[in-house]
Design a protein around this ligand. Sequence first.
Ligand code: ATP
Ligand code: MG
Length: 419
Amino acid sequence: MNDIRPPESARWEWLEAKVRALMDRYAYRNLRTPIVEPTALFVRGLGEVTDIVEKEMYSFEDRLNGEQLTLRPESTAGVVRAVVEHAMLYDGGKRLYYMGPMFRHERPQRGRYRQFHQIGAEALGFAGAEADAELILLADALWKELGLTDVRLELNSLGQPQERKAHRAALISYLEAHVDQLDEEARRRLHSNPLRILDTKNPALQTLVEGAPKLLDYLGEDSLRHFETVKAILDANGVAWRINPRLVRGMDYYNLTVFEFVTDRLGSQGTICGGGRYDYLIEQVGGKAAPAVGWALGVERVLELVKEAGKDIPDLAADAYAVVTDTAFLPRVMGALQKLRAAGVSVQMHASAGDSMGSMKSQFKKADASGARYALVFGADEMARDAVLVKSLRDGSGHQVERSLADLSEWAATLQSSR
Ligand code: ATP
Ligand code: MG
C-alpha cells in the first residue's frame, strides 16, 4: 500500500482529469460506491473458485454486529449492487464510471500492490455488441489521449453458459489426460472450475494450456454473430485486435466478449486494462436480469506506462511567489494575495520566521527555487504607494513592473500560466 505524494500525485490528477473529460464525451456518468461491501456480494458475484475470493480478499467481521465485510477487491460487484438497490435501470440502460482504491492481498511486486487503484467503465442494460465496442473504443481513445502507443488489444469470446458446458467437458478430459503435468492449484480446480486453469499464472503450465480445447470452437451462431459485430466495429475504427483463446479473465461473471489491453513494456505485469460482458451478474446479485459490459484499468500500471513513454510530471510551480520585507505588512499583503487567488492566480506565500520575514536575498532564493515565474515584492516603498513590484524570475530578463493594488483585477490575468 503506497502513499502517493507530490509531485507524483500531480500525474494522478492529470490522468483523472483526462478520464473525466473523456467519460463526459461518451456520456458515462460518475458512480461512487462504498469501499466496504458484504463479503457475500463478492463470493456470489466473482465466484468461489477464483484467485480473488480464494486468497486475495481482505475480509473481516464487524465486531459491533457480526456482519461479514470485505474491502472491495474490484468494483463491478459494487456497481451492480448499487444499480439493483436503487433500481437504476428502471428507465433504460446506464453508462457509469468510477475511480478509486481496490484491495487484494497479493504478493507485492512491480505493478502489483495490496491497495491499488482502478478506473472502470460499465454499460448496464445494454445487450448489443455496439456497447462492447463502444467501451473498447473509449479505452483506445484514452490511450491516445495519454500518449500511449505500445498497447495492444486481445480479444476472446466466452460464449454463453450452455456453450461453456460442452467446452468444459472437453477441457476436463484434456486436462485429465495430462493430470501429471498440473500443479496443485490446477488439480484442485480441475473439477470445480477448470476454465480458471486457462488463466494460470504458472509459466510451467503455459504449453499445456495452449493446447487445450478452445472455447471459440464451441460457440453457437448467436454468440459468433455478437463477436463478429464487435470485431467489425473495431476494424471500421482502426482498432487492431488479436484473438487470445486463453483469455478467460479472473472472475466467473463474464460471458461473450472478454478483452485485455496489454503492453510489453511493464515486465510480467503487462495487463493494463481488462473487461468484458457480464449478462448474468445482475440477476445473480438479486436484480431483474439485465445485460451489461464493462472494463477496469489499473491506474498504477497505466501511470507506469505514461512514465515509460517519457511524459514529464505536470508543472507544479505556483504562478507567483510573494516576497514581503516586513511582518507589519502581512495583513494587507495577505489581503492582496486573496484577491489574486480569487482572480485565478496561484500564489505561494513566503514563510516568515515568526517575528521576521528574513532577508530579501533569502526570500529571493526561495522564490527562485519554487519555480514560480514571478516574484511579487511587497516592500516599504510599494506598500506606501498601495502597489506591488512584479518581477520576472524565469525568463532571465529580470524585467520588473510596478502594479497598483487598487486595479489588481485588471492585471491579475497577466500572471496566470496556462496550466
Ligand atoms: P492480473 O491477471 O494481473 O492479476 P486481474 O485479472 O486480476 O490482473 P482485474 O481484476 O481484471 O485484474 O483488474 C483490472 C486491472 O487492474 C488489471 O488489468 C491491472 O491493470 C490492475 N490490477 C489488478 N490487480 C492489481 C494489483 N494487485 N496491483 C495493481 N494493479 C492491479
Ligand atoms: Mg489478479
